[in-house]
Ligand binder design. Structure first.
Ligand SMILES: [Fe+2]
Length: 243
């Protein structure tokens, strides 16, 4: 692999700001786990707008900066930490983005977006279109969780055509017998997905499992395609280019 390591674009690694890590010690444990899983770049994406957040902007930035420094000392090479948000879409989202209250992915035009799991497809489509029309590139977080997209391949293809980035959680592909896991693997094998990410929350609950996910997929997916999910597409994001 010509890339330095995996890029995990979705994590709740900043301590005490949402339902993710609860202390710097736990964050460090998670960073060490991620390092062993091959991750060298990680986007910290604390919840915004979901009601799970417990921070103001100043506190978030302070904890991010401290953790960023700690991450640089992990393993031999360190993990580079970048800041974003996992945005629970609301009508106010666009206005808050414009005001700089919400963090885009590492300062690019990319934003990580989630919805209520029971949202209708039409509402999801319209909301994403609003964001696209305003110049953002939404990445739809854990697309396997939305009822309106479950096994709806043509709807998923339409989102791709709109320019939406599609992300699947690594732990969703791991379960051996699960209809969700087989759906996820099928989506990946057929080239629908742009990003595989951990969405890690705690050291002991939804830990960072990027390599475990990769290993499951490796059996039936060409390595060039898997590299796109964890290296090439994150690199395009980082450079603020189009997927
Ligand atoms: Fe998340």
């Amino acid at each position: 692999m010509e890339y330095e390591g995996y890029v995990d674009i979705h994590s709740h690694i900043i301590p005490g700001v949402d339902d993710g890590s609860q202390s710097f010690e736990e964050s460090l444990d998670m960073l060490n786990m991620a390092y062993k899983q091959g991750v060298r770049t990680m986007y910290a994406t604390p919840h915004f707008g979901s009601g799970k957040e417990k921070y103001d902007k100043a506190l978030l930035l302070e904890r991010f900066e401290k953790l960023k420094e700690m991450a640089e000392g992990v393993g031999d090479d360190g993990i580079e930490l970048l800041l974003g948000n996992e945005i629970y879409y609301r009508h106010s989202t666009l206005e808050l983005l414009e005001k700089g209250e919400i963090f885009t992915m590492g300062g690019t035009r990319y934003i990580l977006v989630e919805f209520a799991y029971g949202i209708s497809y039409n509402e999801m489509y319209r909301s994403l279109q609003r964001l696209v029309n305003a110049g953002y590139v939404p990445i739809l977080a854990h697309i396997e969780r939305y009822y309106c997209l479950y096994r709806r391949f043509s709807e998923i293809a339409s989102l791709r055509e709109m320019g939406i980035g599609l992300q699947i959680n690594a732990d969703s592909v791991i379960a051996k017998i699960s209809s969700e896991a087989s759906f996820c693997r099928k989506l990946i094998r057929n080239g629908y997905i742009h990003f595989l990410a951990s969405d890690c929350h705690r050291a002991g609950w939804r830990p960072p499992v990027m390599k475990d996910g990769y290993d499951v997929l490796e059996k039936k997916t060409p390595p060039e395609y898997l590299e796109r999910l964890i290296c090439v597409n994150p690199d395009i994001l980082r450079k603020n280019q189009f997927l």
